[in-house]
Each structure stands twice: as structure tokens, then as C-alpha cells.
Design a protein around this ligand. Structure first.
Ligand code: C5P
Length: 212
């Protein structure tokens, strides 16, 4: 049984609020990222807070420790409940993100393997497995692993064990189905297949039921 996270990669406050309101009651969290925040500013977090579900900032943080901490301060100060970071900058950069998240009462998820075909160049295989081990050692709350390669997500689950969460993108527009990964993960992340649907609430409802 997996939660449903909406990847709200729309532009502008009006569209974001429209989709979030339409999906009310069908989502367990909303993931925001650069497309939305660059078009609205971080104030969008307060606008989406009416949904009364956690807002997770997918900024795929990838910088030196001090900069990572500063980014976390802004994200959690704006009202986010969680942040998604990269791990490839190394254990000190990752620790800065995890520690800053926890200092602000938030959670930190670590991208280990991405869902798109190009992930196979760097963000997969042994690199992904090393990053999963690093995420566990850093005390991260969870990892991001691909619904598009469920066997890889199963492998990463084996590395992190059951005490950390896995959120899994790639369901819908990227071709994966909820049934492919729901037994390995704590949440599926769905973007275009919900926010581009003629009836986003109905689409969200269907994904939520299928993820259960
Ligand atoms: O529209 P779609 O369902 O493909 O959106 C997937 C979302 O998950 C996007 O916000 C994308 O940035 C994000 N994501 C991903 N693969 C990762 C990490 C995040 O697709 N490994």
C-alpha cells in the first residue's frame, strides 16, 4: 500500500491552486519543484497549505554543505514539510541537508536512482547503491527510486531496509504503473498524468486506489 504524491509541475499560482483544490481528498502530499516555484516564488507553499497535506520541495539540492543548509532554511521557513536532495556531492553535503531538515522539524529524501532513460549514464547501478548506503548512514528519512525500473527499486529497498521510506516517480507519463512498484515503496509520485488530465480529481482517485 503506497501513498499518492502529486508532482505539481505546473506554472503559476492560479493553475497550481486549481489543480490542488481539484484533487482535494485524493492526495497524501504535494511535491513542488523548480517549474512552479520559479514561476510563483516560495510563497506558493502558503497558498497550497490550504490543502492541509505535506508540501515537499523537490529542489534536488546539490551544493557545498553551507549552501545546502541555507537552501533548507528557506524551504522549511516557507512552510515545507520535506526536501529532496541529491547525494552525489558527497557525504558532507548530504549530511548538511539531512541535519538542517531535522533541525527545522522536516524530512529529507535522497535521490538515488532517477526514473528517465538518461539516468543510466550516472544515476543508477553501483552509483545509486552507494548513494542509498550514504543516505542510510546520514540518517535520511527516505530515498527516491524509479517506478520505471522496479527491479532497481527492489534492490535499493534491500539496501536501506524497512526503516526508511521510498518515494517513486515515473508512474503515468513516464510509463510505469502503480502496480509495478507499490509493494516496494511508501509512495508513488505522479505528475502529468494527474495535472494534465481533463478531470484531475478522477485521475488522482484512480492512482490512489491502484496504489493501495
Ligand atoms: O510528470 P511525471 O509524472 O513524469 O513527473 C515526475 C516527477 O518526479 C517530476 O517532478 C520529476 O522531476 C520527478 N522526478 C523524477 N525522477 C526522479 C526524481 C524526481 O521523475 N528520480
Amino acid at each position: 500500500m503506497a501513498d499518492l504524491l502529486l508532482a505539481l509541475d505546473v506554472k503559476g499560482k492560479a493553475e497550481a491552486v486549481r489543480v490542488a483544490a481539484a484533487c482535494a481528498g485524493e492526495l497524501d502530499a504535494i511535491k513542488i519543484g523548480y517549474p512552479l516555484v520559479l514561476s510563483t516564488g516560495l510563497g506558493i507553499v502558503k497558498d497550497l497549505a490550504k490543502s492541509e497535506i505535506p508540501i515537499i520541495a523537490d529542489f534536488k539540492v546539490a551544493d557545498i554543505p553551507n549552501t545546502n543548509s541555507l537552501i533548507c532554511e528557506e524551504v522549511f521557513g516557507a512552510g515545507c514539510a520535506g526536501i529532496i536532495t541529491h547525494a552525489f556531492c558527497g557525504s558532507d553535503s548530504l549530511a548538511a541537508c539531512v541535519d538542517a531538515s531535522h533541525d527545522h522539524g522536516g524530512v529529507c529524501f535522497v535521490v538515488c536512482e532517477m526514473s528517465h532513460p538518461g539516468a543510466l549514464d550516472f544515476l543508477s547501478g553501483e552509483n545509486a547503491e552507494r548513494m542509498a548506503r550514504m543516505a542510510k548512514a546520514a540518517g535520511a528519512d527516505g530515498i527516491i527510486a524509479p517506478a520505471t525500473r522496479p527491479e532497481r527499486t527492489a534492490t535499493l529497498r534491500g539496501i536501506i531496509g524497512s526503516s526508511m521510506k521510498i518515494y517513486s516517480p515515473g508512474v503515468g507519463a513516464q510509463g510505469a504503473q502503480p502496480e509495478d512498484v507499490k509493494k516496494y515503496v511508501d509512495g508513488i509520485i505522479v505528475g502529468r498524468a494527474i495535472y494534465e488530465a481533463a478531470d484531475p480529481k478522477a485521475a488522482a482517485h484512480e492512482f490512489r486506489v491502484r496504489a493501495r
